[in-house]
Design a protein around this ligand. Structure first.
Ligand code: GDP
Length: 344
């Protein structure tokens, strides 16, 4: 019916996606940027996310400046196959959280695209819905980086939004391959979205999404077949049941376009959050997330040092020796580690 393709300017948020294009930028000190971001200045938030996307050398300083202000936001992942209604649902969830008085940051992460800048994942629709609301920040991120990709950059961007005082950070990602598992690892709560008419039952089992959802939502409940998807999913989840005191993921139904059922999703997320807190699982998940982050940063530093442009040549030399049979790969790895990459 209505098409969002009429507009061409991704200007909804004062041009954060334009800033993401790199190029010239007015120099602002990191402490100034962080202070502005914390004061609710969306351009500063956008700039900081751009620094993450660009893998800026300033990130070390940014990370240090943000750290004292992080740990407050609730991170909610939302994933599902293309077309199930992620953008529409994100927008509806944002509205519901706003109605509850929360500030909301959205990161729309597309693991399949090396491009960023506004047009991804229904960005324009979402932006136009919330453009005038200073309590909402929306940003697309793409696997543009050369180093650790989105597994590396998404947690850093989450930190930016967390420190900037967004109560809820929604991370929306296309469910393809590994990405939904990655997103589940980065979120406190993961919403898995399905819809009728997409062969979801089989897809669900295949993609392993039965493992990752804390809340399942069958969207497009206004369409035929939604109730069937719900039943199928429920019976599959019942088969996969875990320990008695484990969280039992509800299977809800929404019609994101009209907003029907969205409040129930928010309520289920509140319940899940309370469960996370009561059981200590929240701290465990966040520590797991921090561990993955540290590893990603350390591995990125190692890769840069070993194979980086104009960097050290140990890896090339070792590779030649291993390929020639002069050295075994274990011994080569030992040598590489002994070279203490990144030590200066
Ligand atoms: P995404 O690719 O997962 O982000 O999906 P979108 O949010 O872009 O939605 C894909 C299509 O489904 C769009 O045409 C939406 O208008 C439509 N859609 C989203 N939610 C609903 C819904 O609740 N009911 C119906 N009938 N269509 C919906």
């Amino acid at each position: 019916m209505s098409s969002p393709s009429g507009t061409t300017s991704p200007s909804g948020e004062g041009g954060p996606s334009g800033e993401a294009r790199g190029g010239r930028r007015r120099q602002a000190s990191v402490p100034d940027l962080v202070a502005s971001a914390r004061a609710g200045e969306p351009r500063a938030v956008a700039r900081l996310v751009s620094l993450v996307e660009d893998e800026s050398p300033l990130l070390r300083e940014v990370g240090a400046a943000l750290a004292p202000y992080t740990g407050r936001a609730r991170v909610i992942g939302l994933t599902g196959a293309p077309g199930v209604g992620k953008s529409t649902s994100t927008s509806a969830l944002v509205r519901a959280f706003r109605d509850a008085g929360r500030r909301v940051g959205v990161l729309a992460v597309d693991p399949s695209s090396p491009f960023s800048g506004g047009a991804l994942l229904g960005d324009r629709v979402r932006m136009s819905d919330h453009a005038a609301d200073p309590g909402v920040f929306i940003r697309s991120m793409a696997a543009r980086g050369h180093l650790g990709g989105l597994a590396w950059s998404t947690p850093q961007a989450i930190r930016v939004l967390d420190a900037a005082g967004y109560d809820v950070v929604l991370v929306e990602t296309v469910g393809v391959g590994q990405s939904e598992v990655d997103i589940a690892a980065q979120a406190d709560s993961t919403v898995v979205l399905l819809a009728p008419g997409m062969g979801d039952g089989i897809q669900a089992a295949k993609a392993g999404i039965l493992e990752i959802g804390d809340v399942y939502v069958v969207n497009k409940a206004d369409r035929d077949g939604a109730e069937q998807v719900r039943r199928d999913l429920r019976s599959m989840l019942a088969l996969a049941e875990r320990e008695p005191d484990a969280w039992r993921a509800p299977v809800l139904a929404t019609s994101a376009r009209s907003g029907a059922g969205v409040v129930e999703v928010v309520e289920a997320l509140e319940e899940h959050h309370a469960w996370l807190q009561d059981t200590g699982e929240l701290a465990r998940r966040r520590e797991r997330r921090a561990r993955a982050e540290i590893e990603a940063i350390a591995l990125t530093a190692m890769r840069t040092a070993w194979g980086g442009l104009g960097g050290r040549v140990e890896l090339d030399a070792l590779a030649a020796r291993v390929a020639a049979g002069e050295c075994d790969p274990y011994a080569a790895a030992d040598e590489l580690l002994a070279a203490r990459p990144g030590a200066g």
